[in-house]
Design a protein around this ligand. Structure first.
Ligand code: NAP
Length: 546
């Protein structure tokens, strides 16, 4: 087994720095579990984490209203029965403070912190071909080396600001939902502007509308938001959940997106109009993503089928917003239902019935600049005490692009992926040996209830490293033909899907200048898992091992 004690030389300046078997970037849900597993394997491991605490998404996105859209009990780690039994989720869809507490609890329980360096944002990762080692440097100049580099940088972790002039002139408070300050902003009674109405904006707006003095929401594209139906978990239900974790996780392994929801095997058109309406009412009244991932099987593949549910949702929106002109602005028409991530809400549409809330349609009146006191649209000037950007993320590849990652021959990963990612299993890319991209582009874990699929990723990588050690292999790199075939297969998984029809972050279309291409994997969780298992069973077919 490996020496688990890191060898230290100079950690700053020009020396190679501390030596590890593996370096993990990110101490979110995925990075924490990878650390736990590699430690079990006897590797020396260091995690570099940009934040001052663990949690990743649940560390950074501490905006008011942030909470799971997955059932809490389907979201926690499944690897420790003891952890499952001792942790009580308080709500069916748990809020950010509890989620962050949970991940801290896990870090403490498994004594993970001693191998995590916090406040350490990785600036570069360079592959040294001769030594077959990755050389890392953090933004503050700390250096370290490892044989394996494992990224756990998250899917939505590179916050994105709109490209509008004048932010540097703005004198009020402002922040992005994905970089929410630890000391909460005081919004009570204030004039607040929010730009963006995706899943983050919808949660935030609903929550802060309860306390702000005046709220102006700037919406570019309306979404199909659906009721979350959250509630506390009572004692009886808690017991039932704890007794049924094996079935819950089994179900998650069998569903398309690693959730507890299965698509209905029927077509929209196999049932009568009355039955369809009754089914829609039924799924609408149920919690979570049932309306999306438990809908008729063809809702996500046939526009005609999709239209029936899209119209159902539009009518639900119209019924909740008193002013028909405002309702009209909130009704989505330019993309199919579910072709963008469906925001789940708890009273969102009713916010627009409040006297102190104004909705501005940016398609009618675009923002022209940020001003010292607020912002200007093509027709109006607005003044705010606080301006909030709920404008999303440079998704999936954004966090990779913000690190200077260079592989064989000094090739940049950002350059290689400029026309869209090229990967094998979403876990490796040719020219970047010993680099594993957990929950990376083209990976089955991206289009999934992430913890369920990131556990699979982590376990697969751990098994792969174990295999390499047992067979005396020091280097693993995807083969070109395997990468080409996987990249083509990823495109095939979306060929018949309505996902192609929206300008979403799934397609990279929310980031100006980014190549429009599908960044995830839409073949479903079971198919992805089966392929990864098959590759491993065949001695890591498609990878060159040396
Ligand atoms: P998002 O879905 O990308 O939404 C960003 C919003 O900002 C959109 O309304 C977008 O309008 C708008 N926007 C972006 N740039 C703009 C500009 N220059 N001018 C005006 N408006 C602009 O981002 P998000 O809401 O942060 O959500 C991202 C993802 O995070 C979600 O899809 C979800 O997967 C995840 N999330 C999960 C949870 C949860 O599980 N509970 C909660 C929040 C977020 P357009 O639509 O026109 O581009």
């Amino acid at each position: 087994m490996a020496n688990t004690t890191p060898q230290t030389s100079s950690t700053t300046g020009t020396g190679p720095g501390e030596q590890f078997d593996a370096i993990i970037i990110g101490a979110g849900l995925t990075g924490l579990y990878q650390l736990y597993k590699l430690r079990q394997l006897g590797l020396s491991v260091r995690v570099y984490e940009a934040g001052s605490g663990v949690g990743g998404t649940w560390y950074w996105n501490r905006y008011p209203g942030a909470r799971f859209d997955s059932e809490s009990y389907s979201y926690g780690y499944s690897f420790s029965e003891e952890l499952l039994q001792e942790w009580d989720w308080k709500e069916h869809f748990s809020g950010q403070p509890e989620n962050e507490r949970y991940l801290n609890y896990v870090a403490d329980k498994f004594d993970l912190r001693r191998d995590i360096q916090f406040n350490a944002r990785v600036a570069s990762a360079l592959y040294d071909e001769r030594a077959n080692r990755w050389q890392l440097q953090t933004e503050d100049g700390h250096r370290a080396q490892a044989q394996f580099l494992i990224t756990a940088v998250g899917v939505l972790s590179a916050p994105q600001m709109p490209n509008v002039a004048g932010l540097d002139t703005y004198t009020g408070e402002w922040c992005h939902t994905g970089l929410w300050p630890k000391t909460p902003l005081n919004l009570a009674g204030k004039r607040v502007g929010v730009i963006g109405t995706g899943a983050s904006g919808v949660q935030l707006i609903t929550e802060i509308a309860k306390e702000v003095g005046h709220l102006t929401v700037f919406q570019r594209t309306p979404n199909y938001c659906a009721p979350l139906h959250n509630k506390p978990i009572d004692e009886e239900t808690q017991k039932k959940i704890k007794a049924s974790y094996p079935e819950i996780f089994k179900k998650c392994r069998e569903t398309f997106a690693g959730m507890i929801h299965h698509f209905d095997p029927r077509s929209v058109f196999e049932v009568s109009a009355e039955e369809r309406e009754a089914f829609y009412e039924q799924i609408w009244s149920e919690p979570g993503f049932r309306k999306w991932l438990g809908n008729f099987r063809d809702v996500m593949s046939s526009k005609e089928a999709n239209d029936t549910f899209a119209e159902f949702v539009r009518n639900k929106i119209r019924a909740r917003v008193k002013d028909p002109a405002v309702a009209n602005k909130l009704v989505p028409t330019n993309h199919p239902f579910g072709s963008k991530r469906v925001p789940l809400e708890s009273g969102y549409y009713e916010v627009y019935n409040q006297d102190n809330v104004v909705l501005v349609d940016l398609k009618e009146t675009p923002i022209t600049r940020i001003t010292p006191k607020g912002l200007k649209t093509s027709t109006t000037e607005y003044e705010f005490d606080v301006l909030i950007f709920a404008t999303g993320f440079d998704a999936v590849t954004g966090a990779f692009n913000r690190i200077n990652i260079r592989g064989v021959g000094g090739q940049g990963l950002k350059d290689k992926w400029a026309d869209g990612p090229r990967t094998y299993l979403g876990i490796q890319s040719v020219g970047f040996p010993n680099l594993f991209t957990l929950v990376g582009p083209h990976n089955g874990a991206t289009f999934c209830n992430i913890p369920r699929c990131s556990e699979q990723n982590v376990e697969w990588v751990t098994d792969c490293i174990r295999y390499m050690r047992e067979h005396n292999h020091g280097r693993i790199e995807a083969k070109l033909d395997a990468e080409g075939a996987w990249t083509a297969h990823v495109a095939d998984t979306i060929a018949d899907s309505l996902l192609l029809q929206a300008d979403s972050w799934f397609m990279g279309a929310n980031t100006p200048g980014k190549k429009r291409t599908f960044l995830m994997y839409a073949g479903g969780t079971p198919a992805y898992r089966a392929k990864c298992d098959e590759v491993a069973a065949k001695g890591y077919e498609g990878f060159a091992l040396q």
